[in-house]
Structure formats: structure tokens, C-alpha cells
Design a binder for this molecule. Sequence first.
Ligand SMILES: O[C@H]1[C@H](O)[C@@H](O)[C@H](O)[C@@H](O)[C@H]1O
Length: 528
Amino acid sequence: MGQQPGDDGRLSEDVDLPDVAPMPEKDLGQPGIYVWLLTFSAGISGLLFGYDTGVISSTLVSINSSLGHPLTTLDKSLITSATALFALLISPVSGVLADSLGRKKVIILADSAFTFGALLQAASFSVPAMIAGRAVVGLAVGAGSFVTPLYIAELSPAPFRGRLLTLNVLFITLGQVVAYIVGWAFVQWGNQDTAWRWMVGLGALPAVVQMVAMLVMPESPRWLVKVGQNGGARRVLSKVFGAGTDNQRTVEGVLKSIETEVREEEEALRGRMRGRRTKGHSWVSSMKDNWGELFRVAGNRRALIIACSLQGLQQLCGFNSLMYFAATIFTIIGFENPTLTALSVALTNFVMTCVALQLIDRIGRRRILLWSIPFMAFGLLLCSVGFYFITLPPNLNADNPSATKAAFETVPLHERYAELLVLISMIIYVGTYALGLGNVPWMQSELFPLSVRSLGSGLSTSTNWGANFVVGLTFLPMMEFLTPALTFLIYSCVCVGGCLLIWWIYPETKGLSLEEVGALLAEGWGVR
Ligand SMILES: O[C@H]1[C@H](O)[C@@H](O)[C@H](O)[C@@H](O)[C@H]1O
């Protein structure tokens, strides 16, 4: 295929003129095998995200003194939260990389970082080396959590986009279950000195599988059009939509709308640059314009407040403190098999996320949140009450599991009931979290109009990682200095506050087109 300059002077592929009339995307049947293949290949990122966040739970209780000394509360907090911190730091950069290198290359780069980070952790003999490994994994998780949904969204036909995107969250929770099972199996049957190295090292395996899969997967058609490879975009779309005249007409319809969208974006950008040129401005000013549009336009500002509040609440309600430290908590309170008990947390999260996928479009985002968060608050309150009645070892660090085990054998009956209450209340909390708050915030992009969509989604994703970092860093110190009962009471209060905020500012967006969502937020919060 030859190359010819486009009207903007850029080289664009010479595309054969189609002999079919464009048709809107709505008329499509079910997603084909190719779309599923794409979603699953890209979804491995979710699996890695889940595995690397989940595996730390059993790792922390298995490291013992392998890193030179028994881990202190600070060591554990830093090892855990380094991932979230670096995920937060890479978030803004990954957007720029995805635009310049393409979505696919960023996913492949993230896989290399996953592999390197996993091996670095497995081979570490000191706390700083372990933190470095977790930080590298954080870079990978941060880039993957931003680019993968973007890649899936840009490749999947519109009618299935929502479903395929939520599948990504399902992969995250599945990754956490796998991590917990692997952790439990190694603790059970592995060599106790090296088990944790295998746990973290195994994270490299799916990363390598994805890297190989992505090498043969196509680039996003939207990005291809953006860099002038319209012919390549048509070939990808033809595979996504399949053969047949109707499907080919759909391909032409989709391609046309992408071209129009890209052209309009470029024209708007050029217009802004022309306006600025006299003042010596560059792309920096266009970025400033984007920021300005996000903050100055009232509807966009409201969308940003809602998206960031939901993402912040998803983390500040303390869910990941269970994900990261469940095994540590169950060790402290004396469960005989803490890693297996912790598995119930990850399993509940996974199963209830499957239920959420079925319910969310029927019940609606706002309604499911307003129904489920009060149960989360109740679960946390029960958990706090349970902890109140449990006598904990003086050193909450649980460096010496045999001491807590000894305590377990002599605990009075009412404490046994309190331990059971903690477990049951955690299951209530996790189950209701997965129904709403674990999913809904990731539907953030539907709140923003196209012009500020990636900036708005990027900022709310950063809020998620920032809050995740805070929880990872503060949970163990809070348990130690404020007591577990007070810690869980605080999380319960966060849920109550969050529920009120949602009731006040988050309108129902179920079944609305993106334009209708925009109109809803333009005049006010749109809550009825
Ligand atoms: O949506 C996901 C999911 O709920 C995970 O289980 C949790 O660990 C993540 O932090 C969250 O973003």
C-alpha cells in the first residue's frame, strides 16, 4: 500500500475506497471470537494487577527473617504501599506514552516491568531491594490499569463496551483469588524459607504470556487513525466485526466516525495553537486549555468531583487493607490457617463481582451504591465490635506466629465467638463492597465528555492510587496505635460519610447516552 500526504501534510496510508455504504454500529449481533480473544489477552493486565496486589498478603506472613531481620510495621507498610505510590506516579506519564507509542506497546512495556519487578522481588535479600521490586511492579500496575481499559474500549464494538470493561475488574479480583490460592499452597506444602520467593516470582509468568500474546494482537484502530494509518485501522476493524457485507458496512461506519472524531480533535487543537502562536505558545498551552476546560466548565468540574470522590471512597473505606493484610490480621487474632481464612475474603470479592456484573445495568450505579454501602458500614461496625472483645498479643506485628498460636489455644470461649464475628463481618463487608463500590468507580469515563475524558479519567485513576497508597501505609500503624476496634470504626464512618456524599452528588447514569450524562451534569448534580 502506498503512502500519500494527508491535508495536514502528514503521511497517511493510501486506502482502497470501500464499495459498501457505512452503517451504524448498533446493528451488531454478539461479540465474535476475535473480540473475546482481544479482551482476554488485554485482561491479563487485570489478572496481574490483582495477583500483585493480592500476593502481598501471604508474602508478608511468610518472609520471616529472609530479608535480614523480622519485618517491622514500617517495613511491611513500605513494602506494601510502594506499589500504589509508583502506580500513582506513573499514571500521568502512561497517558502520554499511550498517545505517542501506541496502546499495545505500553502494555508490552508494562509486561516487561511486571516480569522484572517479580524477579527482583523473588531475588531480594534486603528490605530496600524488596521495596524496589514492588516499586517496579507499581510502575507496571499503574500503566496497565490506565492503558488496558483504554485499549479494550477502543477495540470493542460499542454495544459490548460496558460489559467488556467490567470484565477487566473481574480479572483483577480473579488475580487476587489466584494469588491467595498460590500463597496458601506454598505455605502449606512449599519450603518455608523460599515459599514467598516463588509466590512473588510467579507473577512473571502471566506477564510473559501476555507479552507474547500482545505481540500478535493488533494496535487500537483509533490510535492507528490518529497516526495516519487508516488502512491498518480498517484491517483491524474488519477482524473485529467479521466478514459479510453488513459487517463491512459497519466497519466503514465506525472508521468514518473515528476519522471525523480525530479530525475534529486535530482541528480544535490546530485552532488553539494558531490562536496562541502569536504569544509563542506550544502544546503546553493546549494542555493548559484541557485543564482549564476540565476545571472551568461547571459540568466537567462536577464530573471530576464525582469520579474522584468515588475512586477515593473505593480505597479510603479500607478494602485493600484486607486485601494486603488479611493473612496478617488472621495470624494476629489466632486463626489456625490464616492464609486459607484470608482466601475467603478474596473469593467473596470475586464471586460478588460476578453477581455485580449481572446486576449493575439492571439496578443502576447510584442505587446499587446506596443499597450496598450501608451494609459495608454495618459489616465494619460489627468487625470493630468483634475486635473489641479479642485480647490481642502485645506485639501486633505478629513477628512470632507461634506466640499467637499459643494464645489461640488458650483463648476463652467468648473470644472464639468474637473471632468468628470478625470473620463473618468481614465477609459481609467484602461482599457488599464488591457489589457496588468495587466496580462503579471504574465506570468513570462515562461521566466525562470526549474532550476531557482521558484527562478526567487519568486524574480519578490517580486519586484511586493515591488513596490506596495512604491506606496501605497507614493501616498497620493505625491498628497498632489506635487499636483494631477503632481502626475499623473509622473505616465504618468513612462509609457512612461516603454514602451521604453519593446520595447528594451522584446522579443515576444507567441507560443514559454520554451526551445525556453531560446534559444532566451541566445544570447541577442531576440527582432526583
Ligand atoms: O476494583 C478493584 C477491585 O475491587 C479490587 O479487588 C481492589 O483491590 C482494587 O483496589 C479495586 O480498584
